[in-house]
Ligand binder design. Structure first.
Ligand code: CUA
Length: 328
């Protein structure tokens, strides 16, 4: 496995150290288990209820078997924390790149390139700060050749620091099951390749300039949800059912109100005479349900994130409400 960045060498060194000391310890312990099993086996003529020699306390032995592992664990901690700090804490003058997960591909944001690009290119030898986050659900961003991995969590930015040291094309793998096409975030597709390219500076500059030109009309605006009342016409219940299965069913059952997972069950949400109000106290109408889907809910029943955090477009909400109407 190539070592594509500086951190990979440090992580591999730590791994070799742990593997070597772990193997040595394994052989030492298993060796003694085998040795004792043979040396102290039952000899012919020994009665079945014979009791061995009783030994209590050996201060010298106990001192060393406490001190030895303690020193070893502290050494491992120092070695690990030094590397971890290097990955987490940004030096100055780095190239800052953002990697964003989506169902089911990655996009990247660069300083002075408008919008988002679908390929990650990094210049050889230039320190990089990579901010990792997500638009919809939790993904996990892993580049094996870099030995680096960070969860992509909506609303949270995780940071990775490294300097590319070896040009090439390396796989990106999503290692958190994120829905139907999770696998495409490993193999990639023609339109959405899951690769990072480490380029010599001249080639990187050419790519960067080309992207600046191609993306010149792209918008940098991050879509914010509208809080205005949605027009609920034209919703498709079938599409809504699919979205429900994908994004809602982890927290909402299709059973009656009291069948709670995280939130209440949603069968008959608009027709339930024992629950004429929604959880926020508003009347159970499609318009008010859409309002909760847009803005989220926080109250005695817990909380539901808003439209952006749940990765729902306004069209999704219209379709979801159409689907909820069919649940009688
Ligand atoms: Cu994204 Cu799995």
């Amino acid at each position: 496995m190539p070592e594509a960045v500086d951190k990979a060498q440090e992580i591999d060194a730590l791994f070799r150290f742990l593997a070597a000391s772990g193997s040595a310890l394994f052989i030492f312990v298993c060796g003694y288990v085998l040795y004792f099993a043979l040396a102290f086996r039952r000899h012919a003529g020994t009665p079945a209820d014979a009791v061995g020699v009783q030994i209590h306390d050996n201060n010298k032995l106990e001192f060393w078997w406490t001190l030895g592992p303690t020193v070893f664990v502290v050494l491992m901690a120092i070695f690990s924390i030094r590397i971890w700090y290097g990955i987490e804490i940004a030096p100055n003058n780095t190239l800052v790149v953002e990697a964003l997960g989506r169902q089911w591909y990655y996009t990247f944001r660069y300083p002075n390139i408008n919008g988002e690009v679908k390929e990650m290119h990094l210049p050889l030898g230039q320190a990089v700060t990579l901010h990792v986050s997500s638009y919809d659900v939790i993904h996990s961003f892993w580049i094996p050749a870099m030995r680096l991995k960070a969860d992509m969590v909506p609303g949270l930015i995780n940071t990775l620091e490294f300097t590319p040291t070896r040009p090439g094309k390396y796989e990106i793998i999503c290692t958190e099951f994120c829905g139907t096409f999770h696998g495409e975030m490993h193999s990639g597709t023609k339109e959405n390749p899951a690769y990072v390219y480490i380029d010599p500076p001249a080639r990187y500059d050419a790519w960067y300039a080309r992207m600046q030109r191609e993306q010149v009309t792209a918008s940098n605006a991050i879509t914010t949800p509208s809080t205005a009342q949605l027009k609920l016409t034209g919703g498709d219940a079938k599409t809504g059912a699919k979205i429900f299965a994908q994004k809602c069913s982890a927290c909402h059952a299709l059973g009656p109100f009291d069948q709670r997972i995280v939130g209440p069950g949603l069968r008959g949400v608009f027709y339930d005479s024992t629950h004429p109000q929604l959880v926020d106290g508003d009347e159970a109408t499609p318009e008010n349900a859409a309002k909760i889907l847009q803005n989220g809910y926080k109250g005695s029943l817990g909380q539901m994130p808003n439209q952006t955090s749940n990765g729902l477009s306004s069209k999704d909400i219209v379709n979801l409400v159409a689907y909820l109407k069919t649940l009688k």
